[in-house]
Design a protein. Structure first.
Length: 188
């Protein structure tokens, strides 16, 4: 088994421990696989490091629950930053165990943390793929919780995070009717 395959298998094993199920499977496992599948369509020649970052972007996210942080905007950002650090650390550990040098783990950490996303094509690719997966698989359930104005605002903020290539890919997705309608209004 290649180093890359070893790492992806280890990420899947870690995410398979997610107690939250989606269609009878661990939600984190499904999310990681959806991210990889979308990356393969979006950027077929992605580097090994980007493939690892994409699959492990939310590795063991369930280990740091949102409820452990204040339910306000600063609490949300503290939670998100703690997650990014945890994800980067876990991926570096898994990569080291598979024989990658420390520098490789550091690079994947930069990608996962989306450092300098607008100047780092691989970090931007993580942002694009995450937005695409959200719109395609999670947008409908998410949007059911909010009114139209809030959903339009969320899509506009999401759109600003994406590259031109991400926009093109998003417009080519088959979206749930509610999501397609909100995207159309957000871009009008």
């Amino acid at each position: 088994m290649s180093q890359l395959a070893t790492v992806l298998t280890a990420i899947d094993a870690a995410n398979a421990k997610d107690p939250t199920l989606e269609d009878g499977q661990p939600a984190a496992l499904i999310y990681g696989r959806r991210m990889s599948e979308r990356l393969a369509k979006f950027l077929p020649d992605a580097s090994e490091f980007l493939q690892i970052a994409i699959r492990g972007q939310h590795i063991e996210r369930f280990a740091i629950p949102r409820r452990d942080y204040p339910m306000d905007k600063p609490g949300y950002f503290r939670w998100r930053n703690a997650l990014k650090e945890r994800h980067a650390q876990r991926l570096a550990e898994i990569m080291a165990a598979a024989g990658y040098p420390a520098e490789a783990g550091e690079r994947v950490g930069q990608i996962v943390r989306k450092e300098r996303a607008k100047n780092d094509p691989e970090a931007q690719a993580v942002e694009d793929v995450a937005c695409l997966v959200f719109l395609e698989f999670y947008g409908d359930a998410f949007m059911a919780k909010y009114d139209e104005a809030k959903n339009i605002d969320i899509v506009q903020k999401t759109w600003r995070k994406m590259s031109d290539a991400g926009h093109t890919a998003a417009l080519g997705l088959t979206l749930a009717p509610r999501v397609a309608g909100i995207v159309g209004k957000a871009l009008a």
